[in-house]
Design a protein around this ligand. Structure first.
Ligand code: NAD
Length: 458
């Protein structure tokens, strides 16, 4: 097993040494092959995502397959521009000369992915890594075994073995990979493992990107349009049964409109998933019994169940659930929930809501709901977060020109579109000078004229 892993790694390392993705056409070919794979093997991936997470075909296509195709298309459309050297001006005392920032591939990168969007979170970073000319090892999550197996089977059929290698397995395999030197490690997952990754990377001075999670709040003010706020929060929260890194984790609502928001939240859940969400083809399941037990444990009776609350272990089903009367010190308000449970807390003054959020680790996403522009600006200004969408949820990550990543406890580094290309590139500064002129005044022994000129120019 270990020798197979080493062979796979060696192949892509040799690929990087031989510069198999050095020219843009070679990169384009890999990206086009990946797109063909997603079209031709759509059924295989849809089935795997249904097996792992009960994802509906619509959701699996829009958030995983289609999302990645979009990222590929956007990258292919812009690759030439991103890869082109950027000219910068040269200060007068360094002229004549020309200066450029030249993006160059880092080498061989390691991409470690989690289980919640087990296709997108492997392939979207891979698009960026390949576009920037790197070869890569991808390590899908063992917690989504059907998708990991589908990737391990399919990728070698479409992508060059010296460009991309797939390593499956769990902690032992990831640990083995982490012991090796890489040119970059891109990790998506929880902060505990993020620390393990960063520690291992430090051994080899490997740069890391950590795409982590956290408790992303939605703040609903008295100036919000409550029906659309509720529908958009419900959509963002219960897509993929709440197992989304940027899902609104909890809601802070102005106490004046809290009752109406709760009514609208219930109405939206019923409208989207029916009276019995278990029967809905659009509602997913919890990834495994361990996470199911963890989530059910959060329904510990300390809060009031305002909607849902039912669960069936055999089906890993937890109903879309809304909690009120939530104690901020209770378990559900400690770590990221990462499941279909939505605590709703109230505040009396906006400053109170801001203090509540800023007293906690910086979230991956922040969702102010208000039709008052100034209020939205105030909230955005006060709260530091990985990203934000005003009056909706999740959608900032679907804009390819926006960098996607965390800040503080929610991660470091960002990708998507050009930001991904830059992340996986070394931006090499190059100054070119002609061999002439070469005035002696620039060298020792420095005379009075040199000193005078220096003070004039600097
Ligand atoms: P996970 O359990 O699948 O772990 C992620 C990866 O880490 C896997 O490939 C796994 O093999 C590896 N791993 C696990 N334990 C390890 C160890 N001890 N040593 C080395 N490698 C190890 O996924 P997860 O961490 O449960 O994912 C959920 C978390 O990821 C949530 O916190 C969520 O918010 C976050 N997340 C963030 C983003 C983002 O883009 N910022 C996206 C999705 C999920």
């Amino acid at each position: 097993m270990e020798s197979q892993l080493n062979d796979t790694v060696k192949r892509v390392r040799v690929g990087a040494e031989r510069r198999v993705l050095h020219d843009l056409d070679a990169r384009r070919r890999q990206l086009e092959r990946m797109r063909t794979m997603l079209h031709e093997r759509e059924d295989v991936f849809l089935q795997a995502l249904a097996d792992d997470l009960g994802k509906s075909a619509f959701e699996a296509y829009s958030t995983e397959i289609g999302f990645t195709i979009n990222e590929i298309d956007h990258t292919l459309d812009h690759l030439e521009k991103w890869a082109a050297p950027t000219k910068v001006s040269v200060p007068i005392h360094l002229r004549p000369g020309s200066a450029r920032v030249v993006p160059e591939p880092l080498g061989t990168v390691l991409i470690i992915a989690p289980w919640n969007y087990p296709l997108q979170l492997v392939l979207a970073p891979l698009v960026a890594a390949l576009a920037a000319g790197n070869t890569a090892i991808i390590k899908p999550s063992e917690v989504a075994p059907a998708t990991a197996a589908a990737l391990a089977r399919t990728i070698p059929e479409y992508l060059g073995p010296d460009a991309v290698g797939v390593v499956t397995g769990g902690v032992p395999e990831t640990t083995t990979l982490l012991e090796q030197p890489w040119d970059h490690i891109f990790y998506t997952g929880n902060g505990t493992v993020g620390r393990i990754v960063m520690r291992a990377a430090a051994e080899h001075l490997t740069p890391v990107t950590l795409e982590l999670g956290g408790k992303s709040p939605a703040v609903v003010t008295d100036a919000a349009e409550l029906r659309s706020a509720a529908r958009r929060i419900v959509w963002g929260k219960f897509t993929n049964a709440g197992q989304t890194c940027v899902a609104p984790d909890y809601v802070l609502v102005d106490e004046v409109v809290a009752g109406r928001l709760l009514t609208e939240l219930s109405a939206a859940i019923t409208e989207f998933y029916g009276d019995d969400p278990r029967e809905s083809g659009d509602y997913g399941r919890i990834i495994n019994p361990r996470h199911f037990d963890r989530l059910v444990g959060l329904l510990d009776g300390t809060a009031t169940v305002a909607h849902g609350g039912t669960h069936i272990a055999a089906e890993r089903y937890i109903a879309p659930t809304v909690l009120t009367d939530v104690d901020p010190a209770s378990a559900v308000m400690q770590d990221e929930i990462f499941g279909p449970i939505l605590p709703v807390l109230t505040y009396a003054a906006l400053d109170e809501a801001i203090d509540f959020v800023t007293a906690r680790p910086k979230p991956l996403a922040f969702y102010p709901f208000t039709d008052d522009r100034h209020e939205a600006d105030r909230l955005l200004d006060a709260v530091s977060s990985g990203g934000a969408t005003v009056n909706h949820t999740l959608l900032h990550l679907a804009v390819p020109e926006l960098p996607f990543g965390g800040v503080g406890a929610s991660g470091m580094g960002a990708y998507h579109g050009r930001h991904g290309f830059d992340l996986f590139s070394h931006r090499k500064p190059v100054l070119r000078r002609a061999s002439k002129p070469d005035p002696s005044i620039a060298y020792p022994p420095y005379g009075g004229l040199t000193a005078k000129l220096l003070r004039k120019l600097l």
